[in-house]
Design a protein around this ligand. Structure first.
Ligand code: SAM
Length: 219
């Protein structure tokens, strides 16, 4: 009950009050038990207005950022979505309530297995977790209606555009190691349309089309 109350306050004070308007996104974030996606010792902070550590130097993103990014996917309910950067599995759980099928890819096996376990336990059965380098997308299940990248990219990998359907949306933070800009990029019949959303700070997207493991910490 205490967590339900905290979750309700999170939705009203951090999301609705700051301009999140998609009622389906707000309802999904009111439902998903965020405290079960973090370590037991951090559960009391799960509904705070910030990111939290999840081990391996990675984070579960700030609730507001999860809401902004999810809203930019413009989901109606029947879509196939790819998430790059499974992390805790929290964003995947939110997406699972808003889309028909969710594929999520994580490069760190331990995080992927942990996320897979909690998603299964909580019955988010339309989510499939893969372990691989998500900077090249997940071609075997493409094309997608939406791709959401929850780590900071140095540029937009062309593979993401190729793996989107026409009118599909890519939501991605692009910038340097310390600060990025969140973009919504829509695939059109003739190219792409980019929209700038908000400044943001994410952990690095590491891989073939992302940062090299070493340079991401040296910049
Ligand atoms: N969406 C996550 C959640 O709800 O907890 C938060 C993701 S965390 C900010 C970013 C994640 O991206 C990290 O778990 C990191 O290991 C992962 N990542 C970084 N580069 C990646 C890559 N090339 N492929 C897949 N995952 C990657």
């Amino acid at each position: 009950m205490a967590y339900e109350h905290q979750r309700h306050r999170m939705v009203e004070d951090q999301l609705r009050a700051r301009g999140i308007r998609d009622e389906k996104v707000l309802a999904a974030m009111e439902k998903v038990p965020r405290h079960l996606f973090v370590d037991g010792k951090l559960q009391d902070k799960a509904y705070d207005d910030g990111a939290l550590p999840i081990g391996e130097g990675q984070t579960i993103s700030q609730p507001y950022m999860v809401a902004v990014m999810t809203e930019l996917l413009e989901l109606k309910g029947d879509e196939k979505v790819l998430e790059v950067g499974t992390g805790s599995g929290y964003q995947s759980a939110v997406l699972s309530l808003l889309a028909a099928e969710v594929f999520t890819v994580e490069r760190i096996q331990r995080l992927a297995l942990q996320a897979q376990g909690i998603l299964k336990q909580l019955n988010y059965s339309n989510v499939q977790v893969a372990v691989s380098d998500g900077t090249v997308g997940l071609p075997e299940h493409s094309p997608y209606d939406g791709i959401i990248v929850t780590a900071a990219a140095p540029h937009v990998p062309q593979q993401y555009i190729e793996q989107l359907k026409v009118n599909g949306r890519l939501v991605i933070p692009v910038g340097d190691r310390y600060s990025q800009t969140l973009y919504q990029i829509r695939k059109t019949p003739t190219g792409t349309l980019s929209r700038v959303s908000t400044p943001c700070v994410f952990v690095p997207l590491i891989g073939k089309e992302g940062w090299k493991d070493k340079e991401s910490y040296e910049v």
